[in-house]
Design a protein around this ligand. Structure first.
Ligand SMILES: [Zn+2]
Ligand SMILES: [Zn+2]
Length: 275
C-alpha cells in the first residue's frame, strides 16, 4: 500500500532535482523556491480527489459507450497493432485535452479554476502538480473518454498514461533541454514554459499537453526561435495556500486575472502577493 504515491514521488524527485541542477534553465532558481510547500501539499493530497473524479468520469463513459458503440467495433480497435493504437490514443486524447484546456482559458468561470495552475511564478517539476482538482478531472476526463470507450487495449492505454505522466512533469521542469526539430512533434519544456509566460504575446497559446502540432494546426502555437520566457504567472497574485486555492474559483478571493477579453469580470480587491 502506497496511498500517497511515495515511491513515485521519490523517483521523480531523484530524477528531476539533479537534472534541474545540471541543466537549469533559470540557474538562480532554488530547489526550495517560493511556495514549494504549497505544491508539496498539492502533490500529496490532490491525487485522491483527482483519482476519484477520473474514476467516475471513466466509469460513466464506459457505461454510456456500452449502449452506443458496437462491441465488434471495440474489438476491431483493440485488435489493431500497437504502433497504430499508441499514436492513435495520444492524438485522440490530446485533441480532447487541447480543446478543453482552450475552453478553460476562454470561459471566464472556467478560467477561475485554471488560474490556480497559472499562479505558478517559478516553474519546476513540482509545479506540474499545482492544479485545481476539478480542472484536472474535467480536462483529463474529456481527454480520456475516447481512450476509455473506443476499445483500445489496456497495454496501449498503460503506455500512454506513463508517457503522459512523465512528459507533464518534464515540460514544467526548470531545464533547458530543447527538442530540436522534434519540438513541433512533442511537447518540450520550451513549448510549455511559453504557455505559463506572463508576456502578452504568449497568452492563450500552446494548449496541447503532448503534441505541439495541434497548436500549429489550430493557430495557437508560440515558440519564438532561440528564446525562452523569463516571467511566469498571473497579472494579479493569488493566495498561495492549498485550501484557499481550492475554494478560490467559488469565492474568487475577490481577484481574477485581467486577461484580454475577461476584463469585465475582473474584480478589484486584491490579496497582496506573498514574498
Ligand atoms: Zn493553461
Ligand atoms: Zn502547466
Amino acid at each position: 500500500m502506497d496511498p500517497f504515491g511515495v515511491k513515485f514521488i521519490l523517483i521523480t524527485f531523484l530524477v528531476f532535482v539533479p537534472l534541474e541542477r545540471l541543466l537549469a534553465l533559470h540557474p538562480e532558481q532554488k530547489i526550495f523556491r517560493r511556495n514549494w510547500a504549497n505544491d508539496v501539499i498539492f502533490l500529496l493530497f490532490n491525487r485522491f480527489l483527482i483519482k476519484l473524479g477520473l474514476l467516475g468520469v471513466v466509469a460513466a463513459s464506459i457505461f454510456a459507450a456500452a449502449q452506443i458503440i458496437p462491441a465488434s467495433f471495440q474489438a476491431a480497435v483493440g485488435g489493431l497493432p500497437y504502433w497504430v493504437q499508441i499514436p492513435a490514443v495520444i492524438v485522440l486524447s490530446d485533441l480532447g485535452f487541447y480543446w478543453t484546456h482552450r475552453m478553460f482559458h476562454a470561459v471566464p468561470w472556467l478560467w477561475r479554476f485554471h488560474a490556480v495552475h497559472h499562479s505558478i511564478e517559478e516553474l519546476d517539476w513540482l509545479a506540474a502538480f499545482r492544479i485545481h482538482p476539478l480542472d484536472q478531472i474535467i480536462t483529463k476526463g474529456v481527454s480520456l473518454v475516447p481512450v476509455a470507450t473506443l476499445g483500445f487495449s489496456e497495454w496501449a492505454i498503460a503506455i500512454y498514461v506513463v508517457l503522459y505522466q512523465w512528459q507533464t512533469i518534464l515540460i514544467h521542469a526548470n531545464v533547458r533541454i530543447r527538442f530540436g526539430p522534434l519540438r513541433f512533434l512533442l511537447a518540450s519544456p520550451e513549448f510549455h514554459h511559453w504557455h505559463h509566460s506572463s508576456d502578452r504575446e504568449a497568452r492563450d497559446r500552446n494548449f496541447a499537453a503532448q503534441l505541439p502540432f495541434l497548436d500549429a494546426l489550430f493557430g495557437t502555437l508560440h515558440m519564438p526561435k532561440g528564446q525562452m520566457p523569463t516571467r511566469y504567472g498571473l497579472d494579479q497574485p493569488m493566495p498561495q495556500h492549498y485550501v484557499r486555492q481550492l475554494i478560490y474559483p467559488f469565492t474568487g478571493d475577490r481577484i481574477f486575472q485581467s486577461k484580454p477579453g475577461t476584463a469585465a469580470l475582473t474584480e478589484t480587491i486584491q490579496v497582496p502577493a506573498p514574498k
